[in-house]
Design a protein around this ligand. Structure first.
Ligand SMILES: [Zn+2]
Length: 475
């Protein structure tokens, strides 16, 4: 806590003494000068390592930073305490920059090149501490440029919690918080610098709960009905179903409750499922079949079943007009160079991933532009991308070759390597936002493409239905 306090004094002083930055070059130079301060903010959030919907300190630190820089903050939007909007300016265009800050359970790790837990409940294995901070930095530098040039328009930072399974943005979209936005920008930490038109899978997730009757497992098993049998029967059926669904689909589950002791017939058991595919209609179909499997399992095991929707996201709708712009900006900003010390760290990490050495050219270069890139993750940015023209990219915040959701990602994200990749993102976002404020035609072109791609008959239906935000899904 003390670290945060000192930090806020430091930030208050820095951000109040902002001098006018008229040219884009000056804006980017100023941003570079602030990389140390933003690094401290990111490392604080890395340290907090707060899970979805519990990101009070992380959201608080970003709010404070944005408020000190002259933004108006609206906290607790869409019924989510850690969701917020920070705004500066007025009128159109309205450019939104998305920021995330949730950590992943069970992935606690120190900022060292061998697997060593930091003894926390969670870790930033998806780099969202960098995500939130770079987006904050970009919103602030864009604001300073708007102010110095007395430009018209609104820059907004969206503080979007619980990306990891909590579908935070979906509630914000459902609430209509993006309705007046012209363009939304986002990025993601990664192991390379790339701004190709990425894809993401739509997904639906739910917790299936089976209720049985407990009894002595040896003395009176006939009196019992095992809730765990319900879970196991469901799993068998869903696993068989895998052979009869589109190839590109993904289904995964964990048993989150399976009883307490073998000599007690469990009267409660729970299994947590995900279904994914690059078309939401396929996901909806698979999910409905999973529900049928759960109903059948309950029927056959003499138990009862209910389920709770946890998450649901659309696939990503790419926008090539914007994607090309971001690729050009990312190319101009350029990748990152490692210091001798960072190289030693990177090579050690590479060895733990089964590589001889880290390929540092990957961090230095920008991947060639592709109009279509396949990806198998999901993101709640998908719902934003079906609401307003949206564009994203990735930067090398981890040692090349590092998979997301790994201890190696947590480790690198806690070092100067993570901070460097973060600043590449902050600069690319800032350049892109400035371009969009300057060029109304470009905004219109992106919107035309968006409406065409989305289709005339599109109607937004959240995949998680009308449920209230699952604020305790990590409890
Ligand atoms: Zn992520």
């Amino acid at each position: 806590m003390r670290k945060t306090l000192i930090l806020s004094i430091l930030l208050g002083a820095t951000f109040l003494s902002v001098s006018a930055q008229k040219s884009e070059k000056e804006v980017l130079q100023k941003l570079e000068q602030k990389s140390k301060e933003y690094g401290i903010i990111a490392q604080n959030i890395w340290d907090f390592a707060e899970m979805g919907y519990q990101e009070e300190k992380s959201a608080g630190l970003l709010q404070e930073t944005l408020e000190n820089a002259g933004f108006t903050i609206t906290k607790g939007v869409a019924g989510i305490p850690t969701a917020f909007i920070a705004e500066y300016g007025s009128g159109s265009p309205v450019i939104a920059i998305l920021g995330e800050y949730d950590a992943l359970p069970g992935l606690s790790q120190k900022a060292v090149a061998e697997k060593e837990s930091a003894d926390k409940a969670a870790g930033h294995a998806c780099g969202h501490h960098l995500f939130g901070t770079a987006s904050t930095a970009a919103a602030i530098s864009t604001k300073e440029w708007l102010a110095a040039n007395k430009m018209q328009g609104t820059i907004r930072f969206y503080g979007t919690p619980a990306e990891e399974g909590g579908s935070g943005k979906v509630y914000m979209v459902r609430e209509g918080l993006f309705n007046d936005v012209d363009i939304a920008l986002h990025w993601h930490p990664g192991a390379q610098n790339a701004a190709s038109a990425g894809a993401a899978l739509a997904n639906k997730s739910a917790k299936f709960r089976f209720h049985g009757i407990s009894a002595h497992a040896a003395g009176s098993p006939d009196k019992g009905r095992s809730a765990l049998d319900g879970v196991e029967a469901m799993n068998i059926m869903v696993n068989m179903m895998r052979e009869h669904i589109p190839q590109e689909a993904r289904i995964h589950y964990v048993i989150t409750s399976g009883g307490k002791a073998p000599n007690v017939v469990p009267d409660f058991a729970e299994v947590y499922y995900y279904a994914r595919h690059n078309s939401r209609n396929v996901v909806i179909d698979i999910f409905d079949r999973m529900v049928k499997a759960a109903e059948g399992a309950a029927l056959g095991t003499g138990t009862t079943m209910d389920y709770e929707m946890i998450g649901g996201t659309h696939e990503l709708l790419p926008n090539l007009t914007l994607q090309k712009l971001v690729h050009d900006n990312l190319t101009e900003v350029g990748g990152i160079a490692y210091t001798a010390e960072e190289k030693v760290f990177a090579d050690k990490i590479a060895k733990t991933l089964g590589m001889e050495k880290a390929d540092l050219n990957v961090a230095k270069n920008i991947q060639p532009y592709k109009t279509e890139a396949r990806a198998y993750g999901s993101t709640d940015v998908g719902d934003v991308s079906f609401t307003v023209p949206t564009v994203g990219f990735g930067t090398a915040t981890w040692v090349p070759g590092t998979p997301a959701h790994s201890w190696q990602a947590v480790a690198a994200g806690g070092t100067s390597i993570g901070n460097k990749g973060m600043m590449v993102a902050a600069k690319t976002l800032t350049k892109t936002a400035m371009d969009l404020f300057k060029d109304k035609k470009l905004v219109e072109q992106a919107k035309t493409e968006f409406l065409e791609n989305r289709g005339a008959d599109f109607k937004y239906i959240p995949l998680l239905g009308d449920r209230a935000p699952a604020l305790n899904y990590r409890n």
